[in-house]
Design a protein around this ligand. Structure first.
Ligand code: WTA
Length: 659
C-alpha cells in the first residue's frame, strides 16, 4: 500500500485561505470554537448532549459500551427513526412546512408538507404490514429518485424492518447479489425512472434479478413512468392498488437504540460488496448533529443534496439528517444536463434553494459546460455550499466559489464514508476558515489521525493512513453477517492498535488541516462512485473469452478516476484477435457490455486494452502500480520485483502506440 504523492498543485494552492464572514458567523448554528475543546474533554457527554436532539421513548442507561471494535451507543435507549423524522414535527408549526420538494425529470413537481409526508409514510407502512413485513425483516428498495424512495425508507423504519437500498443504476445481477446477501423478504421497485429523457427499466431488471432470489416473496411496484410492465400473479402488487382504503396513521415500532436501521452495500477490496450495518440511535444522533452544524440549517432554509438515495449521502443527508431536523429537503429525479445544462440552477432558482450539497465530479462537469449556464439563473438564494465524495481540486473549488457562490457562500468540503455514516471532517462554516482542496478539520467529538503502517502518528506535512481513533455514534456496527470481515478490514490493518482504518491516505499541514490523498487500497472512485477493482476484474473473468484481467483507476479530468482494464484472452480467442477474425473493437465492446451486465453502467470500463501478458511479480501477483504508470503515461516505476521486466516495457510501447 502506497500513499499517492500529493500533486504539486495542491501544495501551491495551500496558501489560499478563506475566513468566515462576520455576518455569517453571527447567525451561525455554531459560533464558538470552544465546542472542540469541550467535546474533546468529554466526548461521551458531548454526544449524549447531541442525542437530546432526538425524541426517545426511553433514555439510555449508558452512552457508550465499547468493546473494541464493537460499539453500542445509547445502551437500552428506545426510539423510532421515522417518528423522529416525521411524527414529532406534527406537534409543532412544522406540520405545514414543506418536508420534501420533489421535482421529476420531465418537469412534474410535488411538495409534501410534514403532514402530507406523515399520511404517505403511515399508509406505506400499513401496506408493508399488510404484505406480511414484520419487525426485523429486511426489505430491498430499488427505486428512482422520487419522493416514494424516501417514503419507503421511512415506512420501513416505522415498522422496524431494516432497508437495503440498491442504487437504480446497478444491474439485475448486482441487485440479485445484494438481495440475497441481506435475505430480503420484500422488494420495493418501480416500473421505471426517468434519466435523460429515457426510461430506466427498473421492473425489468428486478424481474431478472428475482429469478434467483428465493427469500423474496412479494414485490411492491410504484408507478412512475407508466409503461407496460409484466406483473407476476401472487408476487407483484401495484402500490397504487393496494393503498386504496388503507388506514392513515398507526403506531411506530419501539426500537432499541442498537436495532439495525439499514444495510447499505459498498465496494471493498474484494469482489464481494460489503453490507455496511447502521443502527438506530447513534446513527440518527450523528446525522442530525452533523447536518445541523455543517450545513448550518435553519427552519427557513430550502436544502438540496443532489445525491441519490442509493448512496450513503442520500441516506444521511437527503433523508435522515434533514428530516430529523425538520428541514425542507429537495429530491430531483434526473440528470443535471436535461433538458439543458442549467437544470440544477433552474431548480435552485425555482425553489429558492439556500444550501446546496453536491460532488466535485458534478462541479467539474459544470465547469466544462461553461459559466454561462449558472449565469442565466438567479442563484442569489444560496448561502452555503458543500461537496462530498472525492477530493476537490482547487480550480473546481474556486469555480464553485465564484460562479455558484458569487464569492459569498462558504464552502464545506466534507470527508466521510458509507462506513462512518456521518460527516467526519469538515469546516464548521461560521468558525473555521477554508482552504481550497482541504476538507479542513475533524468535527467536534471526532478523533482522527494520520499514521504510518506501525500506527505511529506521522509528522505534520507528511502523508500517511487516515485512521479514526475513537468510536463515533454513526459508525458502522459490522458487515452484515460477517463480523470477522468487519474486524479484519477496518480494525486489523494496523496490528497492535485499536484504530479504524479508512482506506484513505491523508496529510496534515502545519495548520493541522487534513488533505485527503485518495484511496490506498484497491477501491477506485469514479465520478464519486465507489467501485472495487476486484469487482470489475471478477466481472471480466466471468466472461468465457477472458483469461485474466487487471483493472485500475486512471486519472481523469472530469470523473476524478476512469476505469482502465488490461485483459489477456484465452488462447483460442487471442488467435482470433491475431488473425483478424475478430477485431479489437468487437472484443472490447462485448467485454464492456459484460461488465455493465454484471455490475451496472457505472462500472463500464473507459478503455480495455487487450494484451498477451500482464506484468507480474515472481510470486505471480499482478503489478497494478505499473499498469497505472502505463495508463497515465508516466515513466515506469520500480520494476525490479517483476518476473520478466520485458513484459512491462513491451506493454508500455504497445499501449502508447494503441496496438
Ligand atoms: C472519498 C461517500 C476526499 C474517500 C460519502 C472515501 C472523499 C470515499 C471525500 C467514501 C472528500 C469522500 N474528500 N475524498 N471530501 N468524501 N471521499 O463510501 O476516498 O461512497 O473513502 O461515501 O470517498 O465513499 P463512500
Amino acid at each position: 500500500m502506497a500513499v499517492k504523492k500529493e500533486t504539486i498543485e495542491t501544495l501551491l494552492e495551500e496558501s489560499r485561505i478563506f475566513h468566515p464572514d462576520e455576518q455569517f458567523t453571527r447567525q451561525a448554528n455554531v459560533k464558538n470554537r470552544d465546542i472542540y475543546a469541550e467535546a474533546r474533554a468529554n466526548p461521551r457527554i458531548f454526544w449524549a448532549m447531541q442525542a437530546e436532539r432526538l425524541d426517545w421513548y426511553r433514555k439510555w442507561d449508558q452512552v457508550l459500551d465499547w468493546e473494541p471494535p464493537f460499539a453500542k451507543w445509547f445502551v437500552n435507549g428506545k426510539l423510532n427513526a421515522c417518528y423522529n423524522c416525521v411524527d414529532r414535527h406534527l406537534n409543532t408549526w412544522r406540520k405545514n412546512k414543506a418536508a420534501i420538494i420533489f421535482e421529476g425529470e420531465p418537469g412534474d413537481s410535488r411538495i409534501l408538507t410534514y403532514w402530507d409526508l406523515w399520511r404517505e409514510v403511515t399508509q406505506f407502512a400499513n401496506v408493508l404490514r399488510m404484505l406480511g413485513v414484520r419487525k426485523g425483516d429486511r426489505v430491498a428498495i430499488y427505486l428512482p429518485m422520487i419522493a416514494e424512495a424516501a417514503i419507503a425508507m421511512l415506512a420501513c423504519a416505522r415498522i422496524g424492518a431494516p432497508h437495503s437500498v440498491v442504487f437504480g443504476g446497478f444491474s439485475a445481477e448486482a441487485l440479485r447479489d445484494r438481495i440475497n446477501d441481506a435475505g430480503a423478504k420484500l422488494l420495493i421497485t418501480a416500473d421505471g425512472g426517468w434519466r435523460r429523457g429515457k426510461i430506466v427499466p427498473l421492473k425489468r431488471n428486478a424481474d431478472a434479478a428475482l429469478t434467483e432470489c428465493p427469500s423474496v416473496d412479494k414485490v411492491l411496484v410504484v408507478k412512475r413512468t407508466g409503461q407496460e410492465v409484466p406483473m407476476q400473479d401472487g408476487r407483484d402488487y401495484w402500490y397504487d392498488n393496494l393503498v386504496v382504503g388503507v388506514t392513515v396513521g398507526g403506531p411506530c415500532e419501539e426500537m432499541d437504540s442498537e436495532d439495525m436501521l439499514f444495510i447499505l452495500y459498498t465496494s471493498g477490496t474484494t469482489g464481494k460488496p460489503k453490507g455496511v450495518v447502521h443502527t438506530t440511535g447513534g446513527y440518527l444522533t450523528g446525522v442530525s448533529t452533523t447536518h445541523h452544524m455543517v450545513f448550518d440549517i435553519k427552519d427557513r432554509d430550502v436544502y438540496w443534496c443532489t445525491a441519490d438515495v442509493g448512496w450513503v449521502t442520500g441516506h444521511s443527508y437527503v433523508v435522515y439528517g434533514p428530516l430529523a431536523n425538520g428541514a425542507t429537503t429537495v429530491i430531483y429525479e434526473g440528470a443535471p444536463d436535461f433538458p439543458e445544462f442549467d437544470r440544477f440552477w433552474a431548480i435552485i432558482e425555482r425553489y429558492g434553494v439556500n444550501v446546496f450539497y453536491t460532488a466535485p465530479t458534478a462541479i467539474r462537469a459544470f465547469m466544462k459546460w461553461g459559466e454561462e449556464w449558472p449565469a442565466r439563473r438567479d442563484l442569489s438564494s444560496l448561502r452555503l455550499l458543500g461537496t462530498v465524495g472525492e477530493p476537490i481540486n482547487p480550480e473546481a473549488w474556486i469555480w464553485y466559489h465564484k460562479h455558484i457562490g458569487s464569492e459569498r457562500c462558504p464552502i464545506v468540503d466534507t470527508w466521510w464514508q458509507t462506513e462512518t455514516g456521518m460527516i467526519m471532517i469538515s469546516a464548521l462554516p461560521g468558525i473555521i476558515s477554508t482552504k481550497p482542496g482541504s476538507a479542513s478539520v475533524p468535527l467536534p467529538g471526532v478523533e482522527i489521525d494520520v499514521v504510518d503502517k506501525e500506527g505511529n502518528s506521522v509528522m505534520l506535512g507528511k502523508g500517511g493512513f487516515l485512521v479514526i481513533k475513537e468510536p463515533w455514534p454513526a459508525m458502522l456496527r459490522t458487515i452484515y453477517g460477517d463480523n470477522e470481515r468487519y474486524v479484519r478490514e477496518y480494525w486489523g490493518k494496523i496490528p497492535g492498535h485499536t484504530l479504524y482504518f479508512s482506506g484513505d491516505g491523508a496529510r496534515r499541514d502545519y495548520h493541522n488541516y487534513f488533505w485527503i490523498l485518495g484511496r490506498v487500497d484497491d477501491v477506485i472512485n469514479v465520478a464519486g462512485h465507489r467501485l472495487s477493482t476486484m469487482e470489475i476484474e471478477s466481472a471480466l473473468v466471468d466472461h468465457p473469452w477472458v483469461a485474466e484481467s487487471a483493472a485500475i483507476g486512471k486519472a481523469h479530468d472530469l470523473k476524478g478516476q476512469a476505469i482502465s482494464v488490461f485483459v489477456t484472452l484465452k488462447g483460442k480467442y487471442f488467435k482470433e484477435l491475431k488473425d483478424g477474425s475478430k477485431t479489437r473493437a468487437e472484443f472490447t465492446s462485448e467485454l464492456k457490455a459484460h461488465v455493465v451486465k454484471k455490475i451496472g453502467a457505472i462500472a463500464r470500463p473507459d478503455d480495455i486494452f487487450l494484451t498477451a501478458e500482464l506484468p507480474k511479480t515472481r510470486s505471480g501477483k499482478i503489478m497494478r502500480r505499473l499498469l497505472r504508470d502505463i495508463a497515465e503515461g508516466r515513466a515506469l516505476g520500480d520494476t525490479t520485483t517483476l518476473a520478466d521486466p520485458a513484459v512491462c516495457r513491451e506493454l508500455k510501447e504497445k499501449y502508447e502506440s494503441k496496438e
